[in-house]
Ligand binder design. Structure first.
Ligand code: ATP
Length: 235
């Protein structure tokens, strides 16, 4: 579904990602793991058109989408749920969902998508008229994911969904990832919670200093020293 080859992302003189190759197949959940500053967010942002790609190619569903603006990628069903929850705090829950579903217009498809999100996240249905800024951190994270899902992505890029959440809520986020996979959403996940990630993903790539330092199935990575090495900068 996604083939990234030789991806390079640079912010002016700072090269954050260097020649990264990643493949994600339909139906998979794949993680990008690595220490702070390893280039995980820059890789995701490069894929979705939010960071400057200075080299490499990105193919999505057999088409070259390198350099396409984020908005066009969303219409092609490649959507990012960014780090830090970034919900519109001064808008209601439902207004946030509406913005996420703008590609669906205002007709039946939109209403169905909202109803589907309320099925998946009953707490959001209860709070539909509440301002997003008054939700708890965990509820805001659920809203951010629901908003991204409103565009009907085939590939959802999820950046650090468990960051800053209480342990119980973190578990709910990982359960949700499993639920989404059951619904046929393919997921590329950036996470700092390695142990929980390796319980829900099929495969993972380890990034270190902007390069792929290792990769494998969740089982292979659990059994190897590669993960520790990447986090300790020993690759
Ligand atoms: P974290 O988990 O801390 O977000 P990460 O693995 O996602 O880390 P990135 O955020 O992609 O890493 O950062 C990779 C490198 O690029 C770092 O050295 C960072 O300082 C640099 N960087 C990231 N964003 C920018 C930017 N907008 N301008 C300049 N340098 C940046």
């Amino acid at each position: 579904m996604l083939q990234v080859q030789g991806l390079t992302v640079a912010y002016g003189p700072v090269t954050a990602v260097r020649g990264v190759d990643i493949a994600v197949h339909a139906g998979e959940v794949v993680a990008l793991l690595g220490a702070n500053g390893a280039g995980k967010t820059s890789t995701l942002n490069g894929i979705v058109g939010l960071a400057p790609v200075t080299g490499g190619t990105i193919r999505f569903r057999d088409e070259d989408v390198t350099g396409l603006p984020t908005e066009r990628l969303i219409r092609r069903r490649l959507t990012l749920c960014p780090e830090g929850r970034r919900v519109f705090t001064a808008l209601t829950v439902e207004e946030n969902l509406r913005l996420g579903g703008y590609t669906k217009g205002r007709g039946r498809a939109f209403d169905e998508a909202v109803a589907d999100m309320y099925d998946l996240f009953p707490i959001l249905a209860e709070r539909r008229r509440q301002l997003a800024g008054t939700l708890s951190g965990g509820q805001q994270q659920m809203l951010a994911i629901a908003r991204a899902l409103m565009s009907g992505p085939e590939l959802l890029c999820l950046d650090e969904p468990s960051l800053g959440l209480a342990p119980q809520i973190v578990e709910q986020v990982f359960e949700l990832i499993t639920t989404l996979r059951g619904r046929g959403v393919t997921i590329l996940l950036v996470e700092q919670n390695v142990a929980l990630s390796l319980d829900v993903v099929d495969r993972a790539y380890l990034l270190a200093s902007g390069e792929v330092a290792g990769k494998g199935t969740a089982e292979e990575l659990k059994a190897s020293q590669l993960v520790e090495a990447a986090y300790l900068g020993l690759h």
